[in-house]
Design a protein around this ligand. Structure first.
Ligand SMILES: Nc1ncnc2c1ncn2[C@@H]1O[C@H](COP(=O)(O)OP(=O)(O)O)[C@@H](O)[C@H]1O
Ligand SMILES: [Mg+2]
Length: 243
């Protein structure tokens, strides 16, 4: 479970996140929907203990982000969009193994886990090849395996499908639904309405650093008497979305 409490982040004159609070229950998918610059990445980075909040905090399975960040890192899996950050000269297995070691796993557990994940994600054919020449979809699978090698209960995914081709998007969507089935707690950000509609139990709409709405999709549609998430988004955010 993730409980975000009044998180704020200020970069000099820019207040990127302005006191955000929400809860993600265990076994559910929470989608943070917002345009570019809304504050999604900043919010997720704070929860991932990658940057320090200016004020506020979050509890990750009851552990306080500010007081015990070291107890949180092992509980979360992180998949951020854009550059995968894989090492081209290492094989897929070595990339995943390296991450497992960083997360304090021993080699034998890592090896069992990689065998399982490579089967599940259908990477067996290329698990021992260097990732340098992999397609985007292949790389995405390696990143996914890497993010869950330590079997985290909580997943943080920042625009995990942005910039990916159709096949890779499908891989990520299936992965998210699969993790949900396993009872994982998932927080992901997106600027795609259709993605949020497809994957989320709860949607939080973020605009200029503030959460302007948190509801289930049905509640949202009922409340705004619309059946189209895009119309609701425009109504809440107050300007036409480019997406
Ligand atoms: N390291 C930083 N230094 C200064 N401003 C930043 C930094 N990171 C993000 N910002 C600003 O904070 C705001 C929110 O950014 P971000 O969280 O990346 O939004 P999103 O992920 O929704 O596109 C933007 O105005 C952005 O320019
Ligand atoms: Mg972002």
């Amino acid at each position: 479970m993730i409980q975000v409490k009044n998180l704020t982040k200020r970069y000099k004159e820019v207040e990127a996140v302005k006191g955000i609070s929400f809860t993600v229950d265990q076994g559910t998918v929470f989608g943070l929907l917002g345009e570019n610059g809304a504050g999604k990445t900043t919010t997720l980075r704070m929860i991932a203990t990658m940057i320090k909040p200016t004020s506020g905090t979050a509890l990750i399975d009851g552990k306080d982000l500010i007081k015990e960040p070291d107890n949180i890192r092992g509980k979360i899996g992180i998949l951020f969009g854009g550059d995968t950050g894989l090492y081209d000269r290492l094989t897929a297995r070595e990339n995943i193994e390296y991450f497992g070691l960083l997360n304090g796993m021993n080699k034998s557990d890592i090896s069992k886990r990689i065998d399982m994940l490579s089967k599940k994600l259908e990477m067996e054919e290329y698990i021992d090849r260097r990732v340098g020449k992999f397609s985007k979809g292949m790389k995405q699978k390696v990143s996914i395996a890497r993010s869950i090698v330590h079997n985290p209960q909580i997943m943080l995914l920042d625009e995990p499908t942005t910039g990916l081709d159709v096949t890779s998007v499908r891989i990520v969507h299936e992965f998210i639904l699969d993790q949900k089935k396993e009872g994982k707690t998932i927080l992901f950000s997106s600027h795609s309405m259709s993605e949020v509609e497809k994957l989320c139990d709860i949607v939080g709409i973020i605009n200029k650093g503030k959460l302007v709405e948190v509801s289930t999709l049905d509640e949202l549609k009922h409340k705004f008497k619309g059946n189209n998430l895009e119309d609701i988004f425009v109504e809440l955010v107050g300007e036409k979305s480019e997406y």
